[in-house]
Ligand binder design. Structure first.
Ligand code: TYM
Length: 332
């Protein structure tokens, strides 16, 4: 079986619809066909300040949501990044192969550090993408299911894998990004020119999966569209309506053309009312399942412990080989 690996940050509160449609949904599907490794990336999370208590709670919350979304610990390996020390260890080696300018060209770093100011942005934030490279290469992943915003980090992974292989010998599988066109980028409901994200200026455009279903329905109904009335998929001229159609289509399995036909001659109100209902039907059981996992932290922690053990077996092997190829003296 080909292998996939991906990760998600333990953000405060809840995953948003972009995380789910852009990534997690694909993770669930790929566990059926691939040898799948998925993790909660707490090492990445501390590249920006975190309250220790909240970080711990958010890490459990992230794992609970992944299980609620449909990851099955018997079908995939689900673990927490800091439980597998090889991530930090390989990251160091990769840091020493990465150009300073090369790291400085990462657009997510440029955006985040510009927002924080040069003195507050940490070296950890600078080297964030290199840790991600290590995450992927440790498992010899063939494919990495992510949203469009991660593409540049996967390109860096490919470059560094090839660089290492060229300099020291074949050590790493060169991975590909697995990005589905329809859900590569879910847009903010209030400003369909920007991606849905926690850092958007207004929470009204952000669908948090664990919010009250009623609040979610309200956000869908007040989504920004355009002054036209025609329901047509056209991301350039009708980004708001197209975003709603994409979301509707993937959540229900109905094709976009089918939806265009269904809503021909009807107004935006009808589309939004129906999509709000679809969304409520999706988030209501999701919230319940997440709560069930949170109510039983012992079971949750033991799932994560087993996952870490399975992950470590693979990661340790890759790291040992890498250390040897680099020329480190064996400890034995
Ligand atoms: P993170 O936690 O920011 O996001 C998790 C996943 O959600 C996707 N995503 C979106 N997809 C579509 N539309 C959106 N609006 C949207 N917003 C977020 C992201 O593309 C991502 O796939 N650096 C990664 C975590 C990471 C990782 C890894 C990923 C660490 N190590 C190794 C893959 C492999 C991140 O911050 O994701």
């Amino acid at each position: 079986r080909p292998r996939v690996l991906s990760g998600i940050q333990p953000t405060a509160g809840s995953f948003h619809l972009g995380n789910y449609l852009g990534a997690v949904r694909q993770w669930v599907a790929l566990q059926e066909t691939h040898d799948a490794f998925y993790m909660v990336v707490d090492l990445h999370a501390i590249t920006v300040p975190q309250d220790p208590k909240e970080l711990r709670a958010n890490t459990r919350l992230a794992a609970a949501q992944l299980l609620a979304a449909g990851l099955d610990p018997d079908r995939c390996t689900l673990f927490v990044q800091s439980h597998v020390p090889e991530h930090a260890q390989l990251a160091w080696v990769m840091n020493c192969l990465t150009g300073f300018g090369e790291a400085g060209r990462m657009t997510q770093f440029k955006d985040k550090s510009a927002k924080q100011g040069a003195d507050r942005a940490t070296v950890g934030l600078f080297t964030y993408p290199v840790l991600q490279v290590a995450d992927i290469l440790l498992y010899q992943a063939n494919e990495v299911p992510v949203g469009e915003d991660q593409r540049q980090h996967i390109e860096l992974t490919r470059d560094l894998a090839e660089r290492f292989n060229g300099r020291f010998g074949e050590a790493f599988t060169v991975p590909s990004a697995y990005i589905l066109k329809e859900t590569a980028k879910i847009f903010d409901l209030q400003d369909p020119s920007i991606k849905m994200s926690k850092s958007a200026s207004t929470p009204k455009g952000l669908i948090n999966l664990l919010d009250e279903p009623k609040a979610t329905a309200k956000k869908v109904k007040s989504a920004v569209t355009d002054t036209d009335t025609v329901i047509r998929f056209d991301p350039v001229d009708k980004p708001g309506v197209s975003n709603l159609l994409s979301i509707y289509s993937v959540l229900t399995g109905a094709g976009v053309a089918e939806l265009e036909e269904k809503y021909a001659g009807k107004g935006y109100g009808a589309l939004k009312t129906d999509l709000a209902e679809v969304m409520v039907e999706f988030v209501t059981p999701f919230r319940e399942r997440t709560q069930q996992y949170l109510d039983d932290p012992e079971t949750l922690d033991s799932i994560l412990a087993k996952g870490a053990e399975k992950a470590r077996a693979v990661a340790a092997e890759t790291l040992a080989r890498t250390y040897d190829m680099v020329g480190f003296l064996p400890a034995k």
